[in-house]
Design a protein around this ligand. Structure first.
Ligand SMILES: Nc1ncnc2c1ncn2[C@@H]1O[C@H](COP(=O)(O)OP(=O)(O)OP(=O)(O)O)[C@@H](O)[C@H]1O
Ligand SMILES: [Mg+2]
Length: 281
């Protein structure tokens, strides 16, 4: 099942002599549960693409469908709600609210949506991110790696259709980078979370199921690295066969809490909202 489809996606900044074609008629789709890395030189259009996939920007041309919703047919208010509920965004510099604690930052999307926070879910996320003992800390009292874990918690809290990460390890040392990538992979594997991640680090890109290589606003290569752990609810092994299917099924049944969908989710609308308030993307 395609969770994301974009076609003819184009973003032109400026006009006349100052015109930049940042994205040039890009077309691709992503299946639910895929882990996709986007790589390419600086200025090739990676962040521009991610912002358009996340409903943070508006294209000059083309469409983006997330879970069957054509994003750019929505008005600003509906798009903001859609983002908050269905898209998780993680950035290099965390984008946490400095006056809120770690746990307040994580649940912020729910609060903005006037929804009651599920404390059981919050505890589960804090435990998953190894942040239980830091829940009352302010961002300034956390290390870079811990702050990035909070921002991942916020992005996952409402179980978004898409988790979009723009160089989430760009500001971290190797050990913290590895930890963040492990968490993203785990959320992909355990919770069938679709992840799209921009990175300049080849080691990280090679851990994805699929790699898109961008240059000059276009996808020049689209390579499958390994079979994604895509599965349906009827098939806990995700349609995989043989030893891999058995190990995936065993891993899932061992780790996914019974009776819960671990509906962590939807935080990036907050990031997007914050970015809009701050006037930057
Ligand atoms: N707001 C903007 N106004 C004008 N041009 C822009 C704007 N944002 C991006 N661009 C231009 O669009 C092109 C693509 O930028 P983008 O940020 O998507 O690149 P990137 O691949 O993410 O690069 P990096 O790896 O350095 O983050 C660049 O030439 C950039 O200068
Ligand atoms: Mg970028």
């Amino acid at each position: 099942m395609d969770i994301l489809k974009c076609s003819n996606l184009t973003r032109i900044y400026g006009t006349g002599g100052g015109k930049t074609v940042a994205l040039n008629h890009v077309r691709f789709s992503v299946q639910k549960g895929e882990f996709v890395a986007i790589v390419g030189p600086s200025g090739s259009g990676k962040s521009t693409l991610l912002h358009l996939l996340g409903g943070v920007d508006r294209p000059s041309e083309g469409t983006v469908e997330v879970g069957g919703t054509d994003l750019y047919t929505l008005d600003e208010d509906k798009l903001a709600i859609f983002r908050r509920r269905h898209i998780g965004l993680v950035y290099q510099f965390y984008n946490l609210i400095p006056v809120l604690t770690a746990e307040e930052n994580i649940v912020l999307p729910f609060l903005l949506d006037s929804r009651k926070v599920d404390t059981e879910r919050l505890n589960e996320i804090l435990s998953y991110l190894h942040l239980e003992d830091r829940r009352m800390y302010l961002p300034s009292q956390l290390s870079g790696g811990q702050q990035q874990r909070v921002s991942i918690g916020r992005a996952l809290f409402t179980h978004p259709s898409l988790l979009l990460c723009d160089e989430p390890t760009g500001n971290l040392d190797r050990k913290n980078s590895e930890e963040i990538v492990s968490l993203l992979k785990e959320s992909n594997r355990r919770f069938d979370q679709t992840v799209i991640l921009i990175t300049h680090d080849e080691r990280i890109a090679l851990q994805a199921d699929r790699m898109l290589y961008m240059e000059d606003g276009q996808i020049l290569r689209d390579e499958m690295i390994r079979q994604p752990c895509v599965h349906s609810s009827e098939d806990p092994a995700g349609g995989l066969s043989g030893v891999r299917a058995a190990s995936v099924a065993a891993e899932r049944s061992a780790k996914v809490p019974v009776g819960q969908n671990f509906s962590m989710s939807d935080a990036q609308g907050v990031c997007a909202g914050l970015q809009n308030q701050e006037g930057g993307a």
